[in-house]
Design a protein around this ligand. Structure first.
Ligand code: AMP
Length: 202
């Protein structure tokens, strides 16, 4: 397995930009876990937990679950020992307050986000992909109206993270409209620059 040090990554992009697909490559390549907040919420709903009642309305409308709920979920997940060697966050943070809370909670753990991969895909292509995915996987929030809402929420609430991480010099913009393999190779090239760097202590 390539030496990448303990790398903590954020994979960031609109719904349908390919975050899940690309995370799968990174998990395999670097042996670090993916933390998908969407998957965590769907598992809660599947299990019918009390949290599921609080989040289902937001999810079904394509809106964001409140920051404080999401921050607690991620705080809990980052305490698990499998994240010690690094992790890939997929679907979190989605707002500037979430990003600020993440920076604070990682600092408390003596860690930091090393790089943020931004998968850029145009609005039309996103809607096409989401509607196609909805038909394949039966995700109710992938129907065209809800999908369009999720993309608008990305543009209004999540896109400000481009500046947030840009000003921290962590942002790597990747063209997410290339083929899956081209996107994968581009991400791996950009992560190669982390090789041998090891973990920098704050
Ligand atoms: P995803 O699978 O990442 O597209 O997430 C599915 C849905 O879960 C989103 O449309 C939101 O309703 C909710 N969700 C997932 N992650 C977050 C987050 N970081 N902040 C707020 N809501 C989230």
């Amino acid at each position: 397995m390539p030496a990448i040090g303990n790398v903590n990554l954020v994979l960031f992009g609109a719904p349908g930009s390919g975050k899940g697909t690309q995370s799968a490559f990174l998990i395999e390549r670097y042996g670090i876990p993916q933390i998908s907040t969407g998957d965590i919420l769907r598992a809660q709903r599947q299990a019918g937990t009390p949290l599921a009642d609080r989040v289902q309305g937001y999810m079904d409308r394509g809106e964001l679950v409140p920051d404080e709920v999401m921050i607690e979920i991620v705080r809990e997940r980052l305490r698990q020992p499998d994240t010690a060697g690094g992790f890939i966050l997929d679907g979190f943070p989605r707002t500037v307050p979430q990003a600020e809370a993440l920076d604070r909670m990682l600092a408390d753990l003596g860690k930091r986000i090393e790089k943020v991969i931004y998968l850029q895909v145009g609005r039309e292509a996103l809607i096409d992909r989401l509607v196609h995915r909805g038909r394949l996987f039966d995700r109710p929030d992938d129907d065209p109206t809800v999908a369009a809402r999720r993309i608008d929420v990305f543009l209004s609430d999540t896109a400000p993270l481009i500046d947030y991480y840009g000003s921290q010099h962590k942002l790597e913009k990747v063209d997410g409209q290339l083929s899956i393999e081209q996107v994968r190779d581009d991400i791996l090239r950009r992560l190669n620059s982390l090789n041998g760097q090891g973990r920098r202590r704050p």
